[in-house]
Design a protein around this ligand. Sequence first.
Ligand SMILES: NC(=O)N[C@@H](CC(=O)O)C(=O)O
Ligand SMILES: [Zn+2]
Ligand SMILES: [Zn+2]
Length: 342
Amino acid sequence: MQNLTLTRPDDWHLHLRDGEALKAVLPHTVHQFARAIIMPNLKPPIRSVADAAAYRERIIAAIPTGKQFESLMTLYLTDNTSPEEIISAKASQFVKAIKYYPAGATTNSDFGVTDIRKCDRVLEMMEQVDIPLLLHGEVTDRDVDVFDREKVFIEKHLIPLKERFSNLRVVLEHITTSDAVQFVLATNKIAATITPQHLLFSRNIIFQGGIRPHFYCLPILKREKHRLALLQAATSGNPKFFLGTDSAPHTRNSKESSCGCAGCYSALHAMELYASAFESANSLDKLEAFASFYGPDFYQLPRNTEQITLTKTTWRIPDEVPFLESGLVPLCAGQEMRWQMA
Ligand SMILES: NC(=O)N[C@@H](CC(=O)O)C(=O)O
Ligand SMILES: [Zn+2]
Ligand SMILES: [Zn+2]
């Protein structure tokens, strides 16, 4: 196959940051995707509908002229989020979900929830107005091994949560384990996003010939058996699994550091990365639904009508793209790709 024409995809998990960073990365996403679910973990986070409205305006102002892009906003859940804020989020039309970060789990999560049970009134309201809860599904307990944090989150928090709120629509974001795949398959009203890095790499890549900080993201890459379970889920044609890049830009300096930040940058070449993952599983025919159908179906939004084309040509991913003071290193920088977006 030389050309692959698909309905224009959407990115159901994206970090755009703000200010100059936003201006640098947004054109990459706009080139690939029609819409994206925008993560609220700014400093300080997007906690109210008013914050989200203002952030949305800043995103709109950064869209390159003549291009179409829709930002689907999220609110950052805190111990202090009120049920009233949920009602106005639903009424706003542009806030599409509420994001839960366990306090301290990941980049800019200091305002996160200390105990999900403190949010029961808010979760009840979310279930009632039918607005999805997006989860960074990892525990933060220091005594839990970093590779087990997703599995333990499912057992300790997610199973009880779904027992308390069985009608709440949930997205388990950036899943990394076969345990997450099994749980999503077995549970009603829950879907999952999958990143390109978790489909393409196991944790070995982080240590290949030395320490490679540009493969460090959270939840951290896992064993090969987990990667294979994710690839199987993504290419299975099951609508519970859809595209979310988790593209998370950090400057080169903040990644190549004695205490480097978590996050992989994939907005530049997301569809090419997903195409190579799907091709490796002989499942290019399943890419369109994963990238363009199951996300809008879950979010109860119309599917896009325009199309994109991926062409079979060899090109080299740049070593760096311009970004703030020290540049941005894309996922798989310097490597050859065999698909390219027209
Ligand atoms: N995935 C990451 O490793 N980093 C994300 C935060 C997140 O999605 O957890 C970021 O904002 O940098
Ligand atoms: Zn996360
Ligand atoms: Zn993320």
